[in-house]
Design a protein around this ligand. Structure first.
Ligand code: NAD
Length: 271
């Protein structure tokens, strides 16, 4: 299946939306955005700070994007400006992709109890969990029934994994936010879901000590004995963001080649 690519189509034809969290062409947000575009979506992008603009601009231009805006999610004025601009240019949007997380890499190793500071705990929660609520609230105000939003989470929300530490706490909060957002926005016909992706070789993974080990162990222990594919993650996002996902909300969908259901891997002496 490694050379499989998603077929082109028109699942997202006539839909407009915003993708937040592209840092480079390895970003999960880019993997999703490029497939949304191949299915006919019109996409606005944000980037965090000028340094990333030069990486994101050519990607955005390659899918014909007309809207590229700076947005640090800790800055309410920038958040307001982004969604105000979408309202001015498009009037409304149909989807939001939130693929944003941050923590001090010095705390993504060793002992969670010993290494976690108040300052970084709060910052990690702000950027990696609260920002989903902040973006979702503003996106919802521009959506009509049928609108859909997706964030990215990881198994460290549910289970203990080496080094993931405070990010696991933030992902648990992110998943709980997904359910409460889905409750509040459901009566307006809006859907809110999370994709729990297996480990991918991105900048974010590089900040986790032993992150590459998560990839190799993920492959070895997974039911499918293979890496999580970007196509699989993007395919799931397409389902959730298109009308195919019509009745799914408040959900955390695992896209990890089955890693999350393994208790002990094959070959371990179970006594
Ligand atoms: P990435 O580094 O490409 O993307 C992370 C993005 O977060 C970057 O674009 C960065 O600019 C953005 N960001 C960080 N702080 C920000 C801020 N204050 N304001 C605005 N943007 C900010 O890495 P990625 O792996 O593609 O991460 C995307 C999402 O996927 C994250 O939520 C991550 O936790 C999640 N995820 C990643 C993996 C993995 O193994 N890589 C697995 C599951 C879930």
């Amino acid at each position: 299946m490694s050379d499989w690519t998603l077929p082109k189509g028109d699942l997202m034809a006539g839909k407009r939306g915003i993708v937040m969290g592209v840092a480079n062409d390895k970003s999960i947000a880019w993997g999703i955005a490029s497939q949304l575009a191949a299915q006919g979506a019109e996409i606005a992008f944000t980037f965090q700070g000028e340094a990333l603009e030069k990486r994101v601009r050519p990607l955005a231009e390659s899918v014909g994007s007309q809207i590229l805006l700076e947005c640090d999610v800790t800055n309410d004025a920038q958040l307001d400006a982004v969604f105000d601009r979408l309202k001015t240019v498009w009037g409304g949007i149909d989807f939001l992709v939130h693929a944003i997380a941050f923590s001090d890499k010095n705390e993504l190793k060793g002992s969670f109890v010993e290494n976690t500071t108040r300052e970084n705990f709060l910052r990690t929660m702000d950027i990696s969990a609260f920002s989903w609520v902040a973006c979702g609230k503003r996106a919802a105000a521009l959506m009509k029934p049928g609108g859909s939003m997706v964030t990215l989470t990881y198994l460290g929300a549910e289970r203990v994994l080496p080094s993931y530490n405070v990010m696991g706490v933030a992902k648990a909060a992110l998943e709980a936010c997904t359910r409460y957002m889905a409750r509040d926005l459901g009566p307006s016909g809006l859907r809110v879901n999370a994709i729990s992706a297996g480990p991918m070789r991105t900048l974010a993974l590089a900040g986790i000590q032993g992150g590459r080990g998560l990839v190799s162990t993920g492959r070895e222990w997974s039911l499918m004995k293979e890496d999580t594919s970007m196509e699989g993650i993007a395919g799931c996002a397409l389902w959730l963001l298109s009308d195919l996902g019509r009745s799914t909300t408040g959900e955390v969908v695992h896209v990890d080649a089955g890693f999350h259901v393994v208790g002990l891997p094959e070959g371990v002496d179970a006594g």
